[in-house]
Design a protein around this ligand. Structure first.
Ligand SMILES: [Zn+2]
Length: 362
């Protein structure tokens, strides 16, 4: 599968449908159904857990278990307080960005379905321009067109309703994918494509493959913490997004240098098992897959940490997809990087044998 294109019309259609469906942290199951539906022809069985994590399994009877993983949830808001005149104040569900809220449309998820709203913002004319107030959690609020609190409640909106942005999938210049929640819907897409390619290329893996779409990453890796105890894997290859640091106002001395279009990003961090990471790098070099390097101090901040530090230590590694404008509604990735992450995970799996310990002492 060298230079051949990986993403097909059919798989792109799945990616678009999967992205356009809202899957806020804690409420991921509709997205998981779309994901499992796509994977069904390519795997032997599924595992789902109490909180909604979904795992597609190839060779479920094998003793040696390899996980490839992404997370299924997206950042959102909760309704936290309703004023007497019918405005909604919010708190975060994940790392939602107060700076981008003003003037955005929102979808409020209620038992009666979606209620539309807008984050309003004081007119430029009415602001004290010698002392501009930036948007903050305590000054942004949502207007759903209700005249008072009673009308808000009649519309089915209450404290605890979850709020997402409606922004949908777009392609820019034929090779950039733009959407909210590419963090980390792209991860679920890429691991699903690995499963499809294994099936289409008739690959018989010598181990069990657990294609894992974890819930609740955005609020602290919770879904991965749960499912790693259930699976008890021997190896975990995690994929998430990382920052493109070549756009304005990002300090490369602090964030490192990584760019969209320059290939998958391979992480160095204590949670990353060195021998497994070197296997990934050797694979990239042998298959001429471009890659970049990223160092993390202490934590990767991804599900890698949850897998690594579970079950007495699981050999784990992180392959990231570089992305611009993380946690905005216009997250942007390069199509080539998406395909190269898929290739790198696929080719690495072909380079892992059953029973490998990745021990430093062998
Ligand atoms: Zn995120």
């Amino acid at each position: 599968m060298a230079a051949s294109k990986i993403i097909t019309t059919k798989s792109l259609k799945f990616f678009e449908k999967y992205l356009n469906n809202a899957s806020p942290t804690g409420y991921e199951w509709e997205g998981q159904k779309i994901w499992m539906d796509y994977l069904k022809p390519y795997v032997d069985e599924f595992i789902t857990d109490t909180y909604g994590t979904a795992v597609a399994v190839i060779n479920p009877e094998a003793k040696y278990k390899v996980v490839i993983e992404g997370h299924s949830d997206e950042i959102s808001w909760y309704v936290n307080y309703i004023t007497d005149n019918g405005l909604l104040y919010v708190i975060r569900n994940g790392g939602s960005d107060h700076q981008i809220a003003p003037s955005k449309w929102v979808n409020i998820h209620t038992k009666k379905g979606i209620v539309k709203g807008v984050f309003g913002w004081p007119a430029i004319h009415t602001r004290n321009r010698s002392k501009e107030e930036p948007p903050k959690l305590d000054n942004i609020c949502i207007d759903i067109g209700a005249k008072d609190k009673e009308e808000v409640e009649k519309m089915g909106v209450h404290v605890g309703c979850v709020i997402t942005y409606p922004d949908e999938f777009q392609v820019l210049n034929d090779n950039k994918f733009v959407c909210r929640a590419i963090d980390n819907r792209a991860g679920g897409f890429m691991i699903a494509e690995v499963a499809r390619l294994l099936h289409e290329n008739n690959v018989k893996l010598p181990f069990g493959l657990y294609i894992t779409n974890s819930v609740q990453e955005e609020i602290g890796l919770r879904g991965a913490e749960m499912i790693t105890q259930t699976i008890k894997p021997d190896v975990a290859i995690v994929t998430d997004v990382c920052h493109d640091t070549t756009t304005p106002m990002i300090d490369k001395k602090k964030e490192g240098e990584t760019a969209i279009g320059s290939g998958p990003v391979i992480s160095y961090a204590p949670a990353v098992q060195n021998k497994l990471r070197e296997r990934i790098i050797e694979t990239a070099e042998a298959k001429k897959i471009p890659f970049q390097r990223l160092a993390s101090s202490r934590y990767t901040g991804t599900d890698t940490d949850a897998f690594a530090y579970s079950n007495g230590g699981v050999a784990s590694a992180l392959i990231s997809l570089p992305l611009r404008y993380m946690h905005t509604t216009v997250e942007m990735v390069h199509k080539d990087d998406v395909e190269n992450v898929i290739r790198l995970i696929y080719e690495t799996l072909l380079n892992i044998e059953s029973g490998e310990t990745f021990s430093y002492f062998d």
